[in-house]
Design a protein around this ligand. Structure first.
Ligand code: ADP
Length: 162
């Protein structure tokens, strides 16, 4: 079975991302969770912070590793000898962008295949953006992210003006 890459900003990692990672880990020999630098998105957490959060979350999964990358995903995939890119689909609203991205990646490298995975229905409303917004306003995000991510959010917003 091929190696799969699950790329994203993971700013921060949520239980929805983890659900996709666990599903992919059952299908592929090796899953690389690839944290994108995503500079243009002005992430809340640094690349190093995001990578550390992912590393800690996947520690218990034997065939999953975390890595960081910048630049073109298809080039990174070729370097890592990965044939599959995994993306999560939550709702119709994700479809248009994901469809465009997958077809563009295929144009850039036709050997890389994109597959979509749907999370457990309870996570279909979950996004890093919403989690950040709730945490920024002092709300409880414990149902949406792993414990260490919750703590990191608390630390981040305690050191930032509201
Ligand atoms: P990006 O900046 O690349 O969109 P994200 O970290 O927001 O990175 O998401 C990475 C991937 O995970 C995307 O394919 C996104 O659709 C998917 N994803 C995000 N949240 C969820 C969720 N709750 N359930 C399933 N997939 C998700």
């Amino acid at each position: 079975m091929p190696t799969a890459i699950y790329p994203g900003s993971f700013d921060p990692l949520t239980n929805g991302h983890l659900d996709v990672i666990e599903r992919a880990a059952k299908l592929f020999d090796r899953v690389i969770v690839a944290v994108a630098k995503s500079e243009s998105k002005q992430p809340l957490f640094t690349l190093e912070e995001r990578l550390k959060m992912v590393e800690r979350a996947v520690r218990g999964l034997r065939n999953v590793e975390a890595d960081a990358f910048e630049g073109l995903l298809v080039e990174y995939a070729a370097r890592r000898r990965a044939q599959v890119v995994v993306r999560g689909l939550r709702a119709v609203s994700d479809f248009e962008f994901e469809f465009q991205l997958a077809l563009m990646n295929r144009k850039l490298n036709h050997q890389v295949e994109t597959i979509f995975m749907m999370p457990k229905d309870a996570y279909t409303f979950l996004s890093s953006r919403i989690v950040k917004e709730i945490a920024r306003l002092g709300g409880n995000v414990s149902a949406f992210v792993p414990r260490h991510v919750e703590a990191a959010l608390r630390r981040k917003f305690a050191s930032q003006p509201a």
